[in-house]
Design a protein. Structure first.
Lengths: 314, 305, 350
């Protein structure tokens, strides 16, 4: 067991390296470099060279990669070309805001999705199943940025119940003012995972129920809750895997929702950075998000293995 | 045995087989044709597709020309049944023309990704060994990025524009397709009938096409159709962020973005382009579900329909 | 008595064997450990040698995990061998001056146990049957005629069965199709890997009779893999007993059944179900479970379950001794080896 965890974690390291290389190459191959943003097009070559030297852009690419990597490993995320401030603290703050959204949306989405899917699978009424399934498929098909806009239209513009933008006070959502700002984005973000999870839970539970295991357990007179526990144990690995993926998407896909709601999170930061061609910020942001995604997948794999011994042999 | 022979001609058996053949594909088609929801969704898609294709004939307006006098007219305005946008352009017209771009940006990447990803997955799954390792580890690297993030990252490098959007989305979509195909191929390849085919001396290409592909194609197709919806949403999302098709092109995502500015003045208008994205994506997903149901070979075999 | 055995007497043991397998070995790597390295090997087949003469049916028997199916896959080259050689009519398979695997497969085909999994669910019976010949260059016309003829030979009316799909056939019918497919390339040897094990008894009898008829009419040789000793006694000329990847005994069928020398063979025969009330269990049934194939017992692999195990059994791998030249009866046991230090080496009571 421990061996599996160690092995799986070790496997994640080359992926992380690969991701860092990919991010670095990706970003540094951008045509309009930061130079174009800092200097006017008529700037003399001498000035351009000087600026390049200041930002270390004149060194060969692999050198730049390694020095960037070294800094990274020592905790330094670089300096923003736009604001000349260290990226670390701002990114960290933005990350906290994004996590707030992501965690809450995940909690709402996963729980409601699981319940929805479970009821759809176990309900004897076909109508209920149909309705819930329709709900689920809508959740999957809807463009969440559009949904955000629609919700804003309904609740902010037309009804004026909730704020349309921003986060209110930064920090944990303890005051009503903060919670107000959270409601619409969380509603928007949680709908898609809810739909996807509901569909998977429904399919998995149905599949488990159709196996001979359950009637035989039932026939042996086991109580309902025990049978349910067996169903859950069998269904859990696939569902957990999907949840992990969905959480990753919530983090990585935050850029669109944060743009719609002007939420000061990582996605918003990225959006601005792309606009400003602020390469260090872009690098740091994408890397952080990807890193989280890899770590989440790792955690999910380990969790899966804990539940289902069959997964341990990889 | 002699009764079935036609002297000097092709044996009756061949024709007999062909005549009586109720192929598995044919039975799947039969199932779909009796599924009302899927048919409806497919019909809607067809309607959208045709409307978008024949856009110039469906409207009298020019999608690029607006009028400052007629800005942000609401739905139901005579002459502009879906209203006008912030520059005075007819929304209905822009939806039609925008549909071309959005659909193109949605369907093309999936088609390319299926082709490239499917082949890679087949090779990785059937070949095994180091070929498999190389391909799958490379895919892992891409898989490490959430799709939106990857699309954004790629687009921010290669720049805006329709072609670049298609390239970026193709790259994003290849990874999950390769994973699925490889997994399916690995399962099929160890089945007895593939072993039997190998034992009969058939070439690898023949085995791949006749045996492996035929059994892998179904799930891949289902997955592919479900990806189109996602691709359209991603493409519009990219444009919404300013990374896709630049203005003044009428693309659904772009429309959403620009109309959003006017959300307090004309809220309903702002919601329209997104509704199109939603409907299209929903229909693709419904068709995908219908396909999955129709191609379920176990169910087909068990019920014999 | 045993159909098809009329040829046994005619053949002399000096005639060139049709198929000669020498020292066949295959180990499968087991991955594990921190870096996914190979931490162990499953020695599925270890130094297996046997011959198949013209007109013969050779049975391979053993428990699950004995390596029988792996031998079949090695013969068909569906799995690559680690060591050993395979000679078909004197020509070495895979050697430069011998024959290719492709050529081997023209002479040797296989029928699998799971009749359903062995057929592509998307192809009709007809398409399955023409696939082999077409892949080897036959024309559409020739393949079609051949398919029709084959269906007739295996007892399926072409008019009724050619257009059917695997799920429209019963188990017995499917296996007939599989046999027809094996025959479609006109092989000389057919490997039947537990081909009748999954069928109902009555169907099994029909298929066995079909196999016997085909052998006579088409001059075939069979390698019949099974764990059912009654079937083996019925159909085979020679029997090879395998345990944990090694050959423990091989001999002509009646020698094996009436004068088994290896303790494992004797135990197997004891547990064979029989209708004869006079046959009582006089010997110990087999004790224990099959050991882990990743780390088989040292020396003789059967020693952990053998009631006669001695010190030498753990120390040395038993030699293969020919105990009866006429019946070509070979045993791998220290007790049969007069040169071993086994306490019973002088010979077991018959």
């Amino acid at each position: 067991m421990l061996e599996f965890i160690a092995r799986r974690s070790l496997q994640a390291i080359p992926v992380l390296f690969g991701v860092s290389v990919a991010v670095f190459l990706l970003v540094n191959m951008m045509p309009g470099s930061a130079i174009d943003v800092l200097l006017p097009p008529e700037a003399t070559q001498e000035l351009v060279d000087q600026v390049k030297r200041i930002y270390g852009l004149d060194r060969p690419i692999w050198q730049r990669y390694f020095s960037w990597l070294l800094l990274l490993l020592s905790g330094d995320l670089g300096t923003s070309v736009f604001s000349a401030k260290a990226i670390g603290p701002d990114l960290f703050d933005a990350l906290k805001n994004t996590l707030q959204l992501a965690v809450l949306s995940a909690a709402v989405g996963f729980s409601s999705g699981t319940l929805l899917g479970f009821f759809a699978a176990t309900s004897s009424s076909r109508a209920v199943d149909k309705v819930l399934s329709i709900f689920a498929i809508i959740g999957v098909s809807i463009p969440h940025y559009w949904l955000g806009i629609v919700l804003v239209v309904v609740f902010s513009v037309l009804l004026n119940w909730l704020p349309a933008q921003g986060m209110g006070e930064p920090g944990l959502p303890l005051s009503w003012e903060q919670i107000q700002h959270l409601i619409l984005p969380v509603m928007t973000l949680s709908l898609i995972p809810m739909g996807i999870i509901a569909r998977l839970v429904r399919a998995t539970v149905l599949e488990v129920l159709s196996r001979d295991l359950v009637p035989s357990l039932d026939a042996r007179g086991l109580h309902r809750p025990t049978v349910l526990r067996h169903v859950a144990k069998n269904a859990a690995p696939a569902i957990l895997a999907l949840m992990g993926l969905q959480f990753g998407y919530l983090l990585g896909g935050s850029i669109l929702i944060e743009t719609v709601f002007n939420w000061p999170g990582v996605g918003n930061l990225l959006n601005l950075a792309i606009f400003r061609r602020d390469i260090p910020v872009i690098q740091a942001t994408i890397l952080t998000l990807a890193l989280f995604f890899v770590l989440i997948n790792l955690a999910v794999d380990i969790l899966q293995a804990v539940i289902d011994a069959r997964m341990r042999r990889t | 045995m002699a009764t079935l022979d036609i002297p000097g001609g092709q044996p009756d058996l061949l024709r007999h087989v062909r005549r009586r053949r109720r192929g598995t594909w044919r039975r799947s088609a039969h199932r779909i044709l009796h599924d009302p929801v899927t048919l409806l969704a497919a019909a809607i898609l067809l309607a959208i597709f045709l409307a978008v294709l024949f856009a110039p004939y469906m409207t009298a307006y020019d999608p690029y020309v607006g009028s400052a006098l007629r800005r942000l007219r609401p739905i139901g305005t005579p002459g502009h049944w879906l209203g006008t946008d912030e520059i005075g352009r007819d929304i209905y017209t822009r939806l039609l023309f925008g549909g071309r771009l959005s659909l193109l940006a949605g369907v093309t990447p999936v088609a390319f990704a299926l082709l490239i990803g499917g082949s890679l997955g087949l090779v990785a799954g059937y070949g095994g060994g180091w070929v498999n390792t190389v391909i799958m580890r490379t895919m892992d690297m891409f898989y490490a990025f959430p799709s939106v993030l990857l699309a954004v990252a790629i687009c921010s490098i290669v720049g805006a524009g329709l072609t670049n959007t298609i390239i970026a989305l193709t790259i994003v979509l290849i990874s999950p397709i390769v994973r699925l195909t490889e997994s399916l191929t690995t399962q099929i390849r160890s089945l007895d009938f593939v072993l039997a085919a190998r034992a009969s001396g058939a070439s690898t290409v023949s085995i791949l096409t006749r045996h492996v592909l035929a059994n892998v194609l179904g799930p891949i197709l289902v997955y592919g159709t479900s990806l189109v919806g996602l691709s359209i949403i991603l493409a519009s999302g990219l444009t919404f962020l300013g990374l896709g098709v630049p203005p003044p092109e009428p693309e659904w995502g772009a429309m959403l973005s620009s109309l959003r500015q006017a959300i307090y003045v004309a809220p309903i208008n702002a919601a329209l382009p997104g509704a199109m994205i939603f409907i299209t994506s929903l229909c693709f997903n419904l068709v995908s579900d219908g396909l999955r149901h129709a191609l379920d070979i176990r169910a087909i075999n068990e019920t014999g329909i | 008595m045993r159909p098809g055995s009329e040829t046994t007497g005619k053949r002399s043991s000096l005639a060139l064997p049709l198929l000669e397998v020498s020292h066949l070995s295959k180990a499968f790597p087991v991955r594990g450990g921190l870096l996914g390295r190979t931490i162990a090997h499953v020695r599925a087949v270890d130094d297996v040698s046997f011959v198949l003469h013209a007109g013969e049916v050779l049975a391979v028997v053993g428990e699950s995990g004995s390596g029988k199916s792996t031998v079949a896959q090695l013969l068909m080259h569906l799995v690559s061998r680690d060591q050993g050689s395979i000679h078909l009519e004197g020509a070495s398979v895979g050697a430069k001056d011998g024959i290719t695997v492709r050529q081997l497969r023209r002479s040797m085909q296989i029928v699998f146990q799971d009749s359903y999994a062995a057929l592509n669910p998307r192809l009709t019976v007809f398409e399955t049957l023409v696939y082999g010949p077409r892949s080897n260059g036959a024309s559409r016309h020739t393949s079609a005629m051949r398919a029709e003829k084959l269906l007739d030979e295996v007892g399926l009316d072409p008019a009724r069965f050619a257009a059917r799909y695997p799920h429209e056939l019963s188990g017995g019918q499917r296996q007939r199709v599989n046999i027809a497919r094996a025959l479609s390339l006109d092989p000389r040897i057919i490997i039947l890997d537990e081909a009748v094990s999954a069928l109902d008894k009555s169907v099994e009898a029909q298929i066995l009779n079909l196999l016997v008829t085909l052998k006579r009419e088409l001059d075939l040789q069979y390698i019949f893999i099974s764990h059912d000793l009654n079937v083996v006694e019925y159909i085979s000329d020679r029997v090879m007993v395998m345990y944990l990847g090694t050959v423990v005994e091989q001999a002509a069928t009646d020698a094996i059944f009436s004068r088994p020398r290896h303790p494992y063979t004797r135990a197997l025969l004891t547990s064979k179900p029989t209708i004869d009330p006079r046959r009582r269990t006089t010997e110990l049934p087999i004790q224990g479970e099959m050991p882990n194939p990743m780390s088989p017992p040292s020396g003789c692999r059967f020693r952990t379950r053998c009631p006669f195990a001695d010190d030498v059994c753990a120390a040395q791998v038993p030699r293969t001794i020919t105990v009866d030249q006429a019946a070509n009866h070979q045993v791998a046991c220290h007790m049969a080896d007069p040169l071993s230090s086994h306490s019973r080496a002088a010979g077991m009571p018959a």
